[in-house]
Each structure stands twice: as C-alpha cells, then as structure tokens.
Design a protein around this ligand. Structure first.
Ligand code: BT5
Length: 337
C-alpha cells in the first residue's frame, strides 16, 4: 500500500514531494536553487531532479532556470496533503492526511490503517478508486481527477448502537461544504444520500469495528461528485446522478471543497462529542426535504410505503403507515413518490 503523499500535521512527518512543495510555497513563486533543495531535504541533486520530474508528471508546472534553480508556476487542483493542509483550520479531523493516486477503496485503506492503530482524524483520499464501494456490495463510480473520494477514521466513545448517528453527521458536513463552495443547496435523503434537484450528488458509506459495548473505530466514507461530466456517468445507474459542476455550470475547486468538508466535520464532531446528537439531528432535519412526503422504502426483499415523519434519537426513519401506525425503519433505500 504505497501512498502518493502523506503528511502528519502533528509530528510533521511528510514525504519528500510534500517538502519540495512546501519550500516552493514559502518562496511564493520565487526561485529555489537545486542546492537549497538538496540541502533542506538531505538528498542528492539527482534525487531532487527526479522528484521535480514526478511532480511535473502530476501536473505541477515547474520552471527550471539554468544555473539558478526551480520555480513553481502553477499547481493543479490535485488532492494532496500539502495542498489540503494549507490553511486548513480543523483541529481533530485531518491531523494525518494520506493521499493516493489510485486505490481500490479509500474505506478499505482507512479500515486497515485503523486496525493498525491509525489515530482519530486520519483522512485517506484518492484521486481514483478501482472498486469504490456503495452499500450492500454496490459499486461507487470513481473516475480519476474530478471528484472527492475520502474516508475518515473516528474513535468515538459511544455504544455501537449509536454509531448510525455518525452517518447524519457526515451528511450534514457534506451539505455544509456544498453550500460553502458553490451557490448550490443540497438536500439530504435518508439515510446516506445528498441530492440536488432530485439527483444524487454524494453518497456516504460508514463502516465500523466494534465489540459488544464499545466502538473500536468508525470509518466515514464520503464520495462527492464535484467536477464530473455527463459522459463520465454510466448509463445504468439506479437513480439519476449529478455533480456540482453539472448543477452549477462551472468547476468547483476540489481542494477548497475538501477543506470545507474536513472543517465542517471537525466542528460537527466536536459538537457531537460535547452536546450529543441533538444539534446534529436538528440541522439534519432542516436540510432534508422529504419529511411529510409519501415514500416507498425497500430493504432486501421487503417493501413498505407511507409518509416520512422524521427520524428518532437513534437515527431510525419514522414512517406513518396507511393504518396510522408508526414504523421505525433502520435500513433501506427510500424513493420519494
Ligand atoms: C452509497 O451507496 O451512496 C455510498 C457511496 C460511498 C462512496 C465513498 S467514496 C469514498 C469511500 N470509499 C469507498 O469505497 N466508498 C466510499 P448506495 O446508497 O448503495 O448507492 C450506490 C448506488 O449509487 C449505485 O448502485 C449506483 O446506482 C449509484 N452510484 C454509483 N456511483 C455513483 C456516483 N458516482 N454518483 C451518483 N450515484 C452513483
């Protein structure tokens, strides 16, 4: 499992590419000599050259001025730790950021890292996923370079039955990040979707490791379609899908979005730890647009219809059946009629 870039904001440990980018950033577009780079990084000039070459391959425009050094001319909207961490104000979420050019599934990587002891707030990001996961073994389309695929390790001191509450926390965080970085407003559809104009723009998949009375860790998996174009969606998706680009008509900075998301999550998680689920639930209810509507819910072989009334303290959906009884629904797919 070789990460493209890693950065630990607490210990300061980072890859050489990260360090080179930081030196460039400090110079604010000015020249950095090869000597300066090799001295600061404690590697040979040839090694510096090789790293510069690999950064160029990633889309960084780096100009070499003969016998003077290198200058960073332009950076791509690439999800790498140095860029994500620049100006990031979160304290807990994003303490350690690990980025891949491609991986099977960021949730799988984060889960494995958490099993190996990764600290709370570790964030795994990939530019592309080979086998992005949806719920129940479904696939999450994850083309390269246009969207956000990320997974966050949390170690909340809660009982396993409360862990579903964290899905609400991440949906609210995504909705906040969309509002902060675009002119769009996303609505939440229980339990794990965000919709714009009725089309799915983001999906969440939380996975947990727990014992009977203790959560070891939770991995919050978040996929957001940011700059995905129409032709990048497969034709056979179960529900209509969209991206921020398609809805807003223009590109959205993936870096700005990622920072906004991590900061929103940080704030919501802090609130959750200190004040419980109540405030998160309130905001979730305010951002969801299907309460009072007729819905159909399918789960495995079962189907049930009624009016969506709300969510309870555990995050279960409350549905009023035709006979007036309220049914608590813990899992399933909702279709708004
Ligand atoms: C989800 O499942 O919506 C959860 C998606 C979670 C993806 C993130 S990406 C980072 C992290 N790492 C992972 O491996 N996963 C998480 P579900 O509600 O089951 O919806 C899946 C269904 O959405 C699929 O069956 C498709 O019909 C549709 N779909 C697939 N890719 C999509 C996309 N990019 N945009 C919109 N809809 C999509």
């Amino acid at each position: 499992m070789k990460a493209l870039f890693t950065e630990n904001r607490e210990t300061g440990a980072r890859t050489l590419d990260q360090q080179i980018l930081e030196l460039f950033r400090e110079k604010k577009g000015g020249l950095v000599s090869g000597e300066e780079l090799s001295g600061a990084l404690q590697v040979s000039r040839t090694a510096v050259w090789k790293h510069i070459k690999s950064l160029k391959e990633l889309g960084y425009r780096i100009e070499a001025v003969p016998s003077q050094g290198y200058r960073l001319v332009a950076s791509p909207d690439l999800l790498i730790p140095a860029e994500i961490a620049a100006g990031l104000t979160s304290t807990r979420i994003g303490r350690h950021i690990i980025c891949f050019k491609e991986t099977d599934s960021t949730n799988e990587v984060a889960f494995k890292l958490a099993e190996e002891g990764a600290e709370e707030g570790t964030v795994v990001v990939a530019e592309a996923q080979r086998r992005g996961k949806g719920r129940l073994g479904r696939r999450w389309e994850s083309p390269a370079g246009v969207n956000l695929y990320c997974s966050i390790v949390l170690r909340p001191p809660i009982l396993p039955i409360k862990a579903a509450q964290l899905t609400f926390l991440s949906t609210v965080a995504v909705a906040r990040a969309i509002a902060a970085t675009s002119s769009l407003n996303a609505f939440i559809k229980w339990p794990n979707d965000l919709l714009i104009n009725g089309r799915k723009v983001a999906g969440l998949l939380n996975e947990m490791s727990a014992e009977t009375e203790k959560v070891n860790f939770v991995v919050l998996g978040i996929g957001v379609n940011i700059n995905m174009h129409r032709d990048q969606f497969p034709t056979e998706l179960r529900h209509p899908a969209t991206s921020l680009f398609l809805e807003g008509g223009g590109p959205v900075s993936r870096l700005a979005f990622t920072r906004a998301l991590l900061e929103a999550l940080d704030e919501l998680y802090e609130t959750y730890l200190h004040h419980g689920y109540g405030p998160v639930r309130e905001e979730w209810l305010a951002r969801c647009n299907f309460l009072g509507r007729q819905v159909r819910i399918s789960f495995q072989e079962k189907e049930l219809g009624g009016t969506a009334e709300g969510i309870d303290a555990d995050g279960a959906l409350l549905v009023r059946l035709v006979d007036g009884k309220i049914e608590r629904v813990l899992a399933g797919d909702v279709t708004i009629i």
